[in-house]
Design a protein around this ligand. Structure first.
Ligand SMILES: CC(C)(COP(=O)(O)OP(=O)(O)OC[C@H]1O[C@@H](n2cnc3c(N)ncnc32)[C@H](O)[C@@H]1OP(=O)(O)O)[C@@H](O)C(=O)NCCC(=O)NCCS
Length: 199
């Protein structure tokens, strides 16, 4: 994918990672030093948005599931998950894709690039996924809760209130039920990927 000088690529071992800082040391360290190892060990796959000189953003994704033990409260589990399903599909867990890491370069923050990535993933996982996937999950840093709320993610449990990260989820069924046009729109709208702000 090539949009206004920004490409989306799947990380390869040979890829030369371009400068990146999302103002979060853990995420910076993961991206610079660890994402290749996670990929080699089949633990997560990393995708990179970059222009000719900088990394604009990256995200790493992996398989996941949502189960009763994650929610903790059986009543909440029934209400949020099981009761939505037909009687014969009320399982003890449901398949998901996890956003293991997501970071946007500080120079590009607040330009809806994070939202474009989330929209891309939502569309991708109702059209091109090779296996069943009903939810997107994330362990969201406290400083990013508002970002995920704005992108229609909900809290999975009350167990992690006041923790450094909170488990959140998005139900892909919400958009799978909409007009199929949603799923066939360009995955990243070029209007969502503006030119970098000047330093
Ligand atoms: C969180 C992050 C991915 C957001 O990316 P972004 O491209 O700047 O976000 P967007 O421009 O798409 O923002 C969408 C909305 O979320 C809000 N938002 C984004 N980051 C926010 C934050 N840290 N605090 C509060 N609101 C935030 C924006 O104000 C915007 O609201 P609006 O639609 O009313 O204008 C990015 O700031 C980042 O990399 N942060 C550091 C790492 C991090 O926390 N990653 C999440 C890992 S769980």
């Amino acid at each position: 994918m090539q949009l206004d000088g920004i490409s989306l690529i799947r990380l390869t071992p040979e890829h030369s990672i371009k400068p990146f800082d999302c103002d979060n040391e853990d995420l910076n360290d993961f991206f610079i030093n660890n994402c290749v190892h996670y990929q080699n060990e089949l633990l997560a796959v990393t995708y990179i948005l970059e222009n000719h000189e900088k990394t604009v953003a990256f995200f790493s994704i992996l398989n996941d599931k949502i189960a009763l033990k994650d929610v903790g409260n059986p009543n909440l589990w029934d209400k949020l998950f099981r009761e939505k399903m037909p009687e014969n599909k009320r399982f003890n867990s449901y398949p998901a894709m996890k956003i293991g890491r997501l970071g946007v370069n500080v120079e590009f923050k607040g330009q809806k690039i994070g939202t474009a990535i989330i929209d891309y993933l939502k569309a991708w996982f109702i059209t091109n996924n090779r296996t069943g996937c009903k939810y997107i999950t994330v362990d969201a840093y406290s400083e990013s809760l508002n970002f995920y709320k704005k992108n229609k993610f909900n809290f999975l449990t009350e167990k992690d209130v006041n923790k450094d990260t909170r488990a959140m989820y998005f139900d892909l069924q919400q958009i799978a039920n909409l007009n199929t046009q949603v799923a066939t729109e360009p995955l990243i709208d070029s209007s969502s990927l503006p030119a970098p702000s000047s330093n």
